[in-house]
Design a protein around this ligand. Structure first.
Ligand SMILES: Nc1ncnc2c1ncn2[C@@H]1O[C@H](COP(=O)(O)OP(=O)(O)OP(=O)(O)O)[C@@H](O)[C@H]1O
Length: 334
């Protein structure tokens, strides 16, 4: 189990990670997500022992590191997978995976499991991006790490490959029964692949929870905005209901609040075109394949985003009626 308490890291005098706490279960996958420059890679580098830490403790199975007690990277049993694969170009797939291994049984297991058998003798230059990343993962897992850190492992791959490889990586990590922290910029990846998500903001964890909780019950507006499209409408609260300009909405009760903003995800609203009346006008639309995302400027001047079927094509500038479609309680903020 990984336990990180009060971890702070600075570059020169600038604090980049600030009093970070987290605990990871035995085979848990934590997705670390946050705006550019918020400190995600720095957290990984600190856990791997590649940079000194200023406060706190990191402990994993049989070691504990602190500012006073640095543990060398090679003593930590932490495996890293990078976006640029970091393979040795002059070595074959097998030699890359077995690099510095005395017992290669485990290497054979991962070469097999990650579908690399036919490529054993190939050099990295001949491999596709997805194959290279499988080799990098096989090499990491063959060394029986106690923790795996993945820094945007899929960001150099095309969309179709990303989608299948993310599940292969998850499956392999679960088979290896090893905890992992996986940094990504991709919100869909974070929501779908992780057991939990940690949303980092300026070096601090803003929320750490299951994907469902982070999406449905964001702790603050930053998290609400960061994980998917978010529109806010002011409302008067009464028990489990809010009265908004679009009518009554079911809300998650917050007894201390009598008014505030209601969070609407694009699927919480519906819209249809109207010849006249209605309550808004299409500002822009984004075709998403199976669906369309519309931005509607309501007559109040507020903007809401609504997802509709791809068949439902409405022109920019057209009048629409927007309604509350959800029956599940929505998050509210004071
Ligand atoms: N070696 C370094 N020396 C000084 N400052 C650094 C160093 N590495 C990173 N930083 C700064 O620390 C902050 C956090 O960087 P970090 O790479 O951890 O962010 P990140 O969340 O991984 O960003 P991104 O999503 O863009 O990869 C940034 O402001 C960055 O400029």
């Amino acid at each position: 189990m990984l336990k990180v308490s009060n971890l702070s890291v600075s570059y020169s005098d600038v604090r980049v990670v600030d009093q970070l706490n987290l605990t990871l279960g035995e085979d848990e996958i934590l997705m670390l997500i946050g705006p550019t420059g918020c400190g995600k890679t720095t957290v990984l580098r600190a856990l791997a022992g590649l940079i000194p830490i200023q406060t706190g403790e990191i402990s994993l199975s049989d070691w504990t590191a602190s500012p006073q007690k640095h543990i060398a990277p090679e003593k930590r049993r932490v495996g890293m997978v990078f976006q640029d694969f970091a393979l040795f170009p002059h070595l074959t797939v097998e030699q890359n995976v077995c690099f510095r291994l005395k017992d290669t049984t485990r290497a054979d297991h991962w070469i097999n499991l990650l579908g690399l058998e036919a490529l054993r003798d190939a050099k990295p230059g001949r491999l596709s991006g997805g194959q290279k990343q499988r080799v990098a993962l096989a090499r990491t897992l063959a060394h029986a790490p106690s923790l795996v850190l993945l820094d945007e492992p899929l960001s150099n791959l095309d969309a179709a490959l990303k989608d299948s490889l993310r599940w292969d990586i998850r499956h392999a990590l679960k088979m290896a029964k090893v905890p992992a922290i996986w940094v990504t910029h991709d919100q869909d990846e974070a929501l779908s692949v992780g057991d939990r998500i940690g949303i980092l903001d300026k070096g601090q964890i803003s929320q750490i929870d299951t994907p469902e909780q982070c999406f449905d019950k964001p702790q603050n507006r930053f998290v609400a905005h960061f994980l998917g499209e978010a529109s806010f409408l002011p409302g008067q609260f009464s028990g489990e209901n809010a009265l908004t300009e679009l009518g009554a909405a079911p809300i998650r009760q917050q007894p201390e609040l009598t008014q505030g903003d209601v969070l609407f995800r694009p699927d919480d609203l519906s819209l249809h075109a109207v010849a006249e009346d209605g309550n808004g006008r299409i500002e822009w639309q984004r075709f998403e394949g199976e669906s369309r995302l519309y931005a509607v400027t309501l007559d109040s001047g507020r903007l809401v985003k609504v997802r509709a079927s791809h068949e439902n094509a409405i022109a920019i500038g057209d009048r629409v009626a927007v309604n509350i479609a959800t029956t599940h309680p929505l998050a509210v903020f004071g």
